[in-house]
Design a protein around this ligand. Structure first.
Ligand code: ADP
Length: 517
């Protein structure tokens, strides 16, 4: 590639529960792959350590090879464990496969094993692998609560063995998942859980009169990592101001910062995307219209040709297509998604929801909506996960809707823009850092979408009406807006540099050891 190499290469190992595209549930998987690729292309050494989930499609791994067989501790036993090496979309990955039932099942999460204990095992098995193979990264980069026990294990055990020079950095992608567990469970990975049960360490102090038996792996990881990153500057501010972890983050303020996620532009590129019926780019956005027509046809929505007569009568030529691609959880603003589904059609538009619910009540709720609307010609509610369809929908869409209640960073709005879909978002977290309202005169240079603040239907309504009227007003002006959002650089080129700076800072200067705590 033509990326300039950094002069001082760092050796980074990511330890993570997700990696796109082989083990992706949400944005975490995208971020790990994108950041790893950006650092590799700048000349750093990067590996990803991932549980070898049974559901990982092996045909998507190149050069898969068993590299080590070793034992790792769990609950009084040493579990025979295999480490495999392979390339996933050109990135070196080490897959950890215990011989017990951990990570078996049809999906990344929700298997019939104890998830918390499986990730405790995984955290130790990664360090154990480094120990037995003599692997000495400069940086161990952790993600989310799943890897939260690793810093505890590192300072408590492995730095007394052979892993002495590592520095640990934690990226928190979502503060709502804090890895609640008991002291007992922590004991199972070989630590003495009770030593962490204080307010300034890992005790889960969400409520006054908290249960001293409860710990939070995320909190432990915040306290015991050399550096803590979350995925947007606005989310840093929000998390310092509210939520039960605020006091912990304030105590650790000097090592806490926000770095916006980038997009993996080799996976998300409308000019080369293999999932699209035709490719397009800023210079030649015609293909986008073909994608829209193809998706409308494919899903059985009315196309602009069939509508043209009716529309001409009403004085309208074009039908705005809104897509919403999301996990269906409360965080994502379920009631607003609900409302948008009926309101978009009333306003003369079309909407496609691609979403997977993990909660059966939410699933039933949207199933009911689907049965009520999917036979019509303007609404499709698709309740499953599909990478291929998601690419086609971003390419087809005029708007991408992200009405989240909170959103640490959010990728959908950035992907949408790269594919020429103008974002309609709620002003929170990373959405507030990446989308600026078209009608905000103070932001006119950055203006790239539509932003609302309230969590009520009225707020969304107002923004939908504004967006649709801009869209319908003036075709040429709209085409310019589409070009403008497509040209914004959301690639990791922009932000990976901030992580590399951080790697270098903690690698050289940080002196924290367990005894500082
Ligand atoms: P989160 O990490 O909270 O899920 P993000 O916006 O950061 O939210 O990332 C979501 C990612 O998952 C995007 O790449 C989005 O396209 C994808 N995604 C979410 N739901 C689906 C689905 N049902 N099918 C395909 N992709 C999905």
């Amino acid at each position: 590639s033509d990326v300039e190499k950094d002069s001082d290469p760092v050796y980074i190992i990511h330890v993570t529960a997700e990696m796109a595209p082989v083990a992706k549930v949400g944005g975490l998987g995208d971020v790990v792959t994108g950041l790893a690729r950006a650092c590799l292309s700048r000349g750093h050494k990067v590996q990803i350590m991932l549980p070898f989930y049974e559901c990982i499609p092996k045909e998507q791994i190149d050069n898969l090879l068993l590299i080590n067989t070793y034992d790792s501790y769990h609950d009084g036993n040493w579990i025979p464990t295999k480490a495999y090496h392979g390339l996933v979309s050109d990135i070196p990955v080490i897959f950890i496969e215990p011989s017990n039932q951990f990570f078996k099942g049809e999906f990344v999460y929700g298997g019939s094993y104890n998830e918390l204990e499986a990730y405790l095992f995984f955290s130790r098995a990664c360090l154990e692998w480094m120990q037995v193979t003599g692997t000495q990264p400069d940086i161990i980069h952790l993600h989310e609560w799943q890897t939260g026990a690793l810093p505890l294990l590192y300072w408590d055990m492995y730095q007394h063995l052979s892993l002495k020079k590592q520095r640990l950095i934690l990226t928190i992608h979502n503060m709502e998942h804090y890895g609640e567990c008991s002291i007992e469970q922590v004991n199972k990975c070989g630590l003495d859980g009770s030593t962490y049960a204080t307010i300034d360490r890992a005790v889960d102090d969400r409520t006054i009169g908290h249960n001293p038996e409860r710990l939070s792996l995320l909190k432990g990881a915040i306290v015991y990592s050399n550096s803590v990153v979350t995925v947007s500057p606005t989310y840093v501010q929000e998390t310092l101001c509210s939520g039960w972890l605020a006091s912990t983050l304030i105590r650790n303020r000097d090592k806490y910062c926000g770095i916006l996620n980038g997009l993996d532009t080799s996976l998300w590129n409308p000019a080369t995307d293999v999932f699209l019926p035709t490719n397009f780019d800023v210079q030649n956005a015609k293909g986008k219209k073909i994608c829209k027509h193809y998706v409308q046809k494919g899903l059985g929505l009315s196309t602009e040709c069939t509508l043209v007569r009716k529309a001409l009568v009403a004085g309208e030529k074009r039908v705005p297509l809104v897509v919403c691609i999301t996990r269906l959880v409360t965080q994502k603003g379920l009631h607003l998604i609900h409302y948008a589904i009926k309101r978009v059609e009333e306003l003369g538009g079309q909407i496609v929801l691609l979403g997977k619910a993990s909660d059966s009540r939410v699933e039933r709720d949207f199933q009911a909506l689907a049965s009520a609307h999917n036979k019509g010609s303007n609404i499709r509610i698709l309740l499953f996960y599909s990478e291929a369809l998601s690419h086609m929908l971003y390419a087809a869409a005029d708007f991408v809707l992200v009405p989240s209640i909170y959103e640490p960073c959010g990728l959908a709005q950035m992907i949408g823009m790269r594919y020429g879909a103008v974002p309609i978002v709620r002003k929170t977290g990373g959405l507030a850092d990446t989308v600026f309202d078209m009608d905000d005169p103070s932001k006119s240079e950055k203006a790239n979408g539509y932003v609302f603040e309230g969590i009520d239907e009225g707020s969304l309504d107002w923004v939908l009406e504004r967006a649709f009227s801009h869209y319908k007003e003036n075709t040429t002006a709209w085409d310019e807006i589409v070009k403008k959002v497509m040209a914004i650089d959301f690639s990791w080129n922009n932000t990976a540099g901030k992580y590399i700076e951080l790697y270098n800072t903690i690698k050289l200067n940080s002196v924290m050891t367990a005894s500082d705590r």
